[in-house]
Design a protein around this ligand. Structure first.
Ligand code: ACK
Length: 976
């Protein structure tokens, strides 16, 4: 018989939480209950056997709802084996379930008269089965979960005191795999009340973390973690695959990866919401929507970019957060300074830069004939420094303009928004006319110590004339001293001159657009004694003077006239303009689209080549003024050419001396038919030929500074490296043009380059017999030909393989000549020694103060294999890069090599000898008057002392100081 010892109402007393209703019992969120005996409303349907064992007790709770519990208390009898078995509990996918039991257990000692068989424990078992309705399970089939002992047992007194001790124990069953299981409680002689049995499993509840949704996840069967992949919430995208682990406890662990709201959406708690109107979010990576930047809008919301207002743009590279911008307004206040054929053009930046910092400028150049014909693009002959397009500064230098030509320059400002706008670009335009020289008509009046000059202003000044600049110096003394005077009048009396001395004068005008170019040199001599000025205005000598001429002009004219005969009607020095004859000019035949040089020998009739490529000029249009040199075929004179309806220009005139053979005539004119095919700013320009009367003449543009080698020697040390590189660039550009045309020069050397007043160098000396006969440097080779050995590539010397690559070799030698200011290549070595040295791999060392990059370029030109030498195009590019980046020219080649190896040694004993040896003889007086009379004194000279004594040119200072250094190195051994 069961011993009833529970006061049912006590249950409510002990479990206050049950009072309002058991169905409302709260379980932790991560627990899923499979069975709760306290929640069962009807019969639990558990099996108890034997029947006198476990007994179901129903008590009513406060709502009169029956509450089920089981008890057994057969303590008075031995050998108890009472089983209570639950119904089949479906596992619901769980692999591990937990069993929570609440029970009370009576202390055996507290029961009076119970035998020693009384127990204080009971056993718990389970049996896995897919069958939900087993009616019998053998004891041996059960798997034991545990023996349960009470943490707290209670006594009769406790009951009397109404203090019940309720035990709670939880056990788990792992690795379940069948549909469900049965639980069983075995009593072996204890006094137990099983108040509640709850079976549950654990899960990780659905969660959203880092915008990834993780589903409800049942924990693993053993204690392993379950890896779960999350899915991005709506309107979000994966940044990194989201993952988490569901632990055996039902907790989420180790979140990895994340999602982010798509463009146009932002995060709000655990979801993505659209950006509100007026805001945008461009990238998933951005956190929140931002306000649209200036000049843009987003009316619809959920915008990933704001749309620009009309007339505003967003460049492809602009970030979405940048304000929309627009093209800049026009540049303003263009100003230019014109210097003959070059111009410095400056302007103010646009007032409105369109909201951007990337404003650049493009300069467009148009040549305007001015006779009603349309302007046309300037073409590649005009050069822009630093460049023509994409200028970042509001300044450009334009060079190589044609003289006396109208140009129109427009400067447009552009920025990143310009190419997106279809509207016109803001631009300013400047119109100029180049090269307005002061008229050469001159009146002069001379006395013992003064000269009065008068001149006419330029015919077409490029602005209002501000003043004239007169420069004068004693003939041949320009290096020492020259004077610049300025006047607003067209006349000037220069006073304080030495009697009986020849002075050279040049005049140029300055307009508000800048300086024009100097008129030609005028040589005038002061009178010997105090005589009356011959400058009675009525008697003033009116001279037509262009280039160095003046008093000696007439003598030269006579010389030229005598030599060439007077078969044609030359314009005399004092020419009446009315005498000019108008001629119908025979046009030069242009080969349309052809850029290939045609050798005159391909013509059966060489005269036809001349007719095709050279314009016939009427001799009456030419005024010969002075002899400037001697060529193979006759004199070279300078003079002027005035073609009908053209501006008068200075020209060089080569004439064919009398008594020539037909072959000589052909060879002479071949130069014209070659030169006439070229049209490039760095190639001497052919104006035309005179063949219809004698003497036969070739007329070319006049190059004021003569040949480059002499010019360099005269100006030793005077130029900056950049100027020298500019010279080299010009020559290379001319040579590129020639090689592109397929023309091989064969005699490229500084002596065959001419220099004009703007320092522009032009390749000259074309002609068929020239290399063989004309060049004094050319020597006979063993194979019979005459070749300028020092300038010529080895393969051309050895087997006459003349190509553009052999021209490149010669160009390297020209570079060396330029950088050494006209030094003779290989100094005084004999031709035979030069050939031998080159063959053995010797190459000219870098000239003094020569940047290492330039010497390297020379060495490249002197590669033995002609295929390895650079092409002229590459040379031009290299030099352009150097000009753009002058820092690259700073590193100088090793000058000590130069000093030690390359400079011929001279033993010198006096300061004068020393100065002569280093070609600084012009400073002898400066040194003497500063007290430097012995070489020992010179050893300690400083830069500032040099400046003080009047050696101010940087190149000269360097030359002197580096020689002083080598003097110091050798003690007083005075080797330079
Ligand atoms: O060194 P130069 O002064 O320059 O002496 C020679 C001389 O004539 C014999 O060739 C000079 N020469 C040749 N062509 C021209 C030219 N187009 N302009 C100026 N000088 C020239 C050359």
């Amino acid at each position: 018989m069961a011993l009833v010892w529970i006061y049912p109402s006590l249950l409510f007393f002990l479990f206050p939480s049950l009072k309002p209703g058991r169905a409302l019992r709260n379980y932790p969120e991560n627990e899923v209950t499979l069975l709760d005996s306290m929640s069962a409303l009807g019969d639990l349907g558990w099996e108890a056997y034997p029947p006198e064992g476990w007994e179901e007790i129903s008590v009513m709770d406060e709502r009169n709802t029956p509450m089920r519990s089981y008890q057994v208390c057969n303590v008075m009898e031995a050998n108890q084996n009472n089983w209570l078995r639950t119904r089949h509990i479906a596992r619901d996918g769980a692999q591990r379930v937990y069993v929570e039991i609440k029970f009370t257990l009576r202390d055996c000692n507290s029961l009076p008269g119970v035998p020693g068989t009384c127990k204080e424990t009971f056993n718990m078992y389970y049996y896995e089965s897919n069958n939900p309705s087993l009616w019998f399970i053998k004891e041996s089939q059960y798997v034991k979960i545990d023996t349960i002992a009470a943490d707290e047992s209670f006594t009769q007194t406790d009951v009397g005191d109404r203090v019940m001790k309720l035990n709670t124990e939880v056990r788990d069953i792992g690795n379940l795999s069948k549909k469900g299981f049965y639980l069983a409680f075995q009593d072996v002689g204890a006094c137990i009340a099983l108040v509640s049995v709850r079976v549950f499993y654990k899960r990780c509840p659905a969660a959203v973390l880092n915008l990834a949704r993780f589903p409800d996840t049942v924990t693993g069967g053993d204690s392993a973690l379950v890896e779960v992949h999350g899915a991005c919430v709506d309107d979000s995208e994966e940044v990194e695959a989201p993952r988490m682990y569901c632990s055996a406890d039902g907790g989420w662990l180790v979140p990895i990866g994340r999602c982010a709201c798509k463009p146009g959406f932002e995060e709000s708690k655990d979801h993505c919401q659209p950006c509100s109107p007026g805001t945008y979010k461009a990238a998933a990576a951005d956190e929140y929507c931002s306000k649209c930047p200036p000049h843009s809008h987003a009316h619809q919301g959920r915008a990933s970019q704001c749309t620009c207002e009309s007339s505003f743009y967003r460049a492809h590279t602009d970030p979405p957060g940048m304000a929309c911008t627009r093209p800049p307004s026009a540049p303003e206040n263009p100003m230019y300074t014109l210097n003959d054929t070059s111009m410095a053009l400056e302007w103010d930046p646009p007032r409105d830069n369109g909201g951007r910092a990337d404003v650049t400028y493009n300069v467009r150049c148009r040549k305007c004939p001015g006779d009603g014909r349309k302007c046309s693009a300037c073409g590649s002959g005009v050069h822009f420094l630093p460049r023509q397009l994409g200028l970042t500064t509001s300044r450009v230098l334009v060079s190589d303009l044609l003289s006396n030509t109208n140009y129109s320059f427009s400067v447009e400002a552009v920025n990143g928004a310009s190419e997106l706008s279809a509207g016109p670009r803001g631009q300013v335009t400047v119109n100029i006319t180049t090269g307005q020289t002061v008229s050469v008509v001159l009146k002069e009046r001379r006395s013992k110590d003064s000269i009065t000059l008068a001149w006419q202003g330029p015919e077409r000044p490029n602005g209002a004339i501000v003043e004239y600049e007169v420069i004068y110096y004693e003939k041949n003394q320009r290096d020492q001293n020259y004077t610049v005077l300025k006047t607003k009048a067209n006349v000037m009396t220069v006073e304080g001159l030495k009697p009986g001395t020849t002075y050279v004068f040049r005049v140029r005008a300055r307009t508000d657009g800048g300086y024009g170019s100097y008129g030609g040199e005028i040589e005038l001599e002061t009178s010997h004694e105090d005589m009356l000025a011959i400058g009675d205005p009525n008697q003033s000598t009116i001279l037509v003077v262009s280039v160095a001429g003046g008093v000696v002009l007439l003598i030269f004219l006579v010389a030229c006239f005598v030599v060439s005969g007077r078969h044609c009607g030359y314009i005399k020095a004092k020419q009446d303009p009315d005498e000019e004859k108008t001629q119908v000019q025979r046009g030069r035949v242009k080969l349309p689209g052809s850029r290939t040089y045609i050798h005159p020998h391909t013509y059966e009739d060489p005269n036809q080549a001349v007719r095709d490529f050279a314009k016939e000029i009427d001799a009456s249009c030419i005024r010969i003024e002075r002899v400037i040199g001697a060529g193979e075929f006759g004199e070279v004179c300078s003079g002027r050419l005035k073609l009908p309806s053209k501006r008068e220009i200075y020209v060089a005139i080569k004439s064919l001396k009398a008594g020539y053979t037909e072959k000589q005539r052909r060879d002479f004119l071949s130069e014209a038919s070659i030169m006439g095919q070229f049209d490039h700013p760095n190639i001497i320009r052919l104006e035309g030929v005179v063949t219809k009367c004698k003497p036969v003449m070739i007329i070319t543009e006049y190059m004021e500074n003569g040949s480059l080698d002499t010019f360099l020697k005269k100006n030793d040390g005077r130029f900056t490296v950049i100027q020298l590189v500019g010279i080299l660039r010009g020559i290379a550009s001319g040579m590129k043009y020639l090689s592109d045309m397929g023309y091989v020069h064969r005699d490229l050397a500084a002596r065959n380059i001419l220099v004009n007043s703007n320092l522009v160098c032009k390749v000259s000396d074309f002609g068929l017999s020239r290399v063989l006969e004309d060049d004094p440097e050319a020597a006979y080779t063993t194979r019979g030909g005459k070749i300028p050995i020092r300038w010529t590539a080895p393969e051309a010397i050895a087997y006459r393989k003349f190509t553009s690559a052999s021209d490149v070799w010669s160009y390297g030698i020209v570079m060396w000549e330029v950088m050494s200011y006209g030094e003779r290549p290989y100094w005084e070595m004999s031709n035979q020694d030069v050939i031998k040295a080159i063959d053995e791999g010797y190459r000219l060392p870098a000239p003094m103060d020569c940047p290492v990059v330039l010497h390297q370029l020379m060495l490249d030109c002197w590669e033995k294999g002609r295929g390895e030498r650079p092409k002229f195009g590459q040379i031009v590019n290299t030099l352009d890069k150097l000009i753009r980046n002058p820092n690259s020219l700073k590193e100088l080649a090793n000058t000590s090599i130069w000093e030690d190896v390359s400079t011929p040694d001279f033993s010198v004993g006096t300061v004068d000898e020393w100065l002569d040896a280093i070609k600084m003889g012009q400073y002898k007086e400066n040194f003497a008057s500063a007290g430097y009379v012995t070489l020992d004194a010179v050893l300690y000279i400083s830069l500032s002392e040099l400046s003080k004594m009047g050696v101010t040119l940087v190149g000269h200072q360097k030359k002197i100081l580096s020689s002083v250094q080598s003097l110091q190195a050798q003690g007083s051994q005075v080797q330079v």
